[in-house]
Design a protein around this ligand. Structure first.
Ligand code: COA
Length: 247
């Protein structure tokens, strides 16, 4: 998760400029005593795909090599992460050094198992045929298989799961990070990485893949939608809470 990297933003704007300011759904906008305040109000949504019926959109990423993630890739990934998220909140509002630090922090969490055990077989790197460097990556971890619409449930493990949790399928695969370098975005690489990951998850015997995205990250939202993810109710949706109270 990226909640810790959100910062409040204060701007000196006239009332008219405040009115014209484009909005991002992850922030609350207020004009207080002549100062404009953008206060973080991030909301994450979960989505799932049923792997057996997964169908990747045609024309995904033919110009790129996809290969399994290797240990040496971890050194290179923070720069790619920082570039991919340079306009995506909360990382887009950090300066370059802090963004790279945040990238290292997030990826170290994933590598070390804090986001759940890494499903190494289903993590893939994309490389442009003419280049040596990674231009995209998908990282999957295993989270607890809980009701993701329940506000009282936590999908991260409280206690470390058994070492063979992935082999025994003791949880739910989660798309923890996917990112593509800005020069290569929109070419089908993200979709191709997802398709390879889905293939491996099916080989491992999994049936569903969950993902989480931030409201306000439109490209991620559309990407999930376009690739067949089904949006789940937000845990604090009024309808969902009413349904639970009645139930
Ligand atoms: C989201 C991301 C991984 C998508 O990868 P990608 O290789 O650029 O996406 P694809 O080419 O596979 O796009 C598939 C679909 O996603 C949507 N999409 C992707 N990028 C988009 C953008 N910038 N604006 C609008 N829609 C976009 C489109 O619907 C597209 O379908 P189409 O090509 O038929 O129109 C990539 O843009 C990225 O790295 N973004 C920044 C990091 C991020 O937000 N990651 C997701 C959260 S972990």
């Amino acid at each position: 998760m990226s909640a810790e990297f959100f910062r409040s933003i204060k701007l000196a704007l006239s009332v008219e400029q405040y009115r014209q300011l484009p909005r991002n759904a992850a922030f609350k906008y207020e004009l207080i005593d002549g100062e404009t305040w953008l206060t973080p109000r991030p909301r994450w949504y979960h989505a799932v795909i049923d792997l057996k019926t997964f169908d990747v959109p045609a024309g995904a990423g033919e110009d790129f090599l996809l290969r399994p993630l290797e240990p040496a890739d971890w050194d290179e990934l923070p720069r790619l992460f920082a570039a991919a998220f340079r306009t995506v909140q909360p990382f887009g509002s950090l300066d370059e050094d802090d963004r790279l630090g945040a990238a290292r922090h997030c990826l170290e969490r994933t590598r070390s198992g804090s986001d759940g055990p890494l499903i190494g077989q289903a993590c893939f790197v994309a490389q442009a045929r003419a280049e040596q460097h990674a231009c995209g990556v998908v990282l999957l971890t295993l989270v607890r298989d809980v009701d993701l619409t329940d506000p009282d449930e936590r999908c991260l493990w409280g206690e470390p799961p058994p070492a063979d949790a992935v082999e025994r399928r003791l949880g739910l695969p989660h798309l923890t990070w996917i990112f593509v370098g800005p020069w290569h975005a929109g070419s089908g690489i993200g979709s191709a990485l997802l398709a390879r990951a889905v293939g491996e998850l099916l080989n491992l015997g999994f049936e569903r893949l969950a993902s989480t995205f931030l409201l306000g990250n439109e490209s991620s939202t559309l990407w999930h939608w376009r690739n067949g993810f089904r949006l789940l109710a937000h845990p604090y949706s009024t309808r969902e809470l009413r349904r639970r109270w009645r139930g």
